[in-house]
Design a protein around this ligand. Sequence first.
Ligand code: SF4
Ligand code: SF4
Length: 431
Amino acid sequence: MHLSRYLKQYPCRDNPDRVLLFSTRRLSKAIVPLSVLRSVEEGTLSPENMATLTRLGFLVPDSAAERREMLTVMTEAEERLKKAFLMAVMNLDCNLACTYCYEGKQRGKHYMSPETADLLVKYCEETFLRQGKDLTIDFYGGEPLLSLDLIKSISLRLKNSAEKAGTDYAFTLVTNGTLLTAAVASELALLGLKSARITLDGPKENHDCYRPFSSGKGSFDLIVKNLREVCGIIKMGIGGNYTEENYRDFPRLLDELVDLGLTPDRIAHVMFAPVSDTLGEHLMPEFNEGCCSADEPWLVDASIYLREEILRRGFFTPKVQPTTCMIEFKDNLVVHYDGTLYKCPAFIGLEGLDVGHLESGIRDFRASHNMDVWKKDECLDCAYLPLCFGGCRFMTLLQKGAISDVECRKAWYDATLEELLLQDLRYSLKK
Ligand code: SF4
Ligand code: SF4
């Protein structure tokens, strides 16, 4: 047996005779005596230890086979799971006037038409549901709840079609939260709404400054009022966009939420993400949870600090997990309001990066999206591959003007992974 190449080892800070092992492929971790690792090298490992380390993915029988398997691991997982995921941009309109809004130039009264919604339903029925695949749609905007009637109509039809096909239809919302009342959530829950993510950009005074209504009035109080009412009906996640200047204010938001009765047991997850100069106007603020990364040193401190503050208060935030680009998955798509198809929401409107239309289907995008960009020795031999798979194509595009290479996250993982794993260990032990 051999040590997996997708294994990270970190000496224990309080005990030099022990080491923290983390399998990036299995996402398993354990603290083991150094002597156990030595006996792997010497070939003297006990059968019990060998069985345990193999089960956790730390040991593999064949290193070359393990490396080969990585080439197909995602497509095989997708085939096995039979789950399709769509992001549907329902409109580019909004009732807020966020200061950093990504839509800038694109923003306006552009809505998905009933005809395009018909095409969307037909496409989903033919491509996914009748092929035995479960389907989740993430409705997105602008503000998706400005298209409430169309979301209801699409969901009712897809729910019925899924039932007939013996598959499952569910949907989620990325909403600013101002229109998500208890009545709306209850009605949508009957049609398959499972969860919604709202954005709070820091404590009240910060949020109201960044995310006012078009009238200039702050939106914090209304969002929190809705949040308190709907968190018992559907799962509610909270996101927030921080900058280098304001990230240290975010813990105050968490305290405000608790004071308002929004305790960790009522909130499904909290996850903050950066807005930065590098990402600039291209970023979709509600989408950047763990997807985009930016190569700026302050982000290391900010992300570790904020994750600690979230966990310390008992809120849930995802454990270390892969941030695999949705481009990699055949059945992951973005549908723009006009029916144009993309593989990533950040590509919307970028020339040459649409992949087809609901009416005509998908074209071959392997070359335009440089699909095999990570299938090279440097990545296949990298312990971070199962977390990274070549990083974010959009970041490469921003940095190099083309999807010509991977967005290497080595430096990012070197700087953050150990600390994030220690957080996961500390806080899961407390539960
Ligand atoms: S290109 Fe980047 S932003 Fe787009 S889906 Fe992939 S990882 Fe996410
Ligand atoms: S892009 Fe960089 S971090 Fe990611 S797998 Fe390749 S070498 Fe590793």
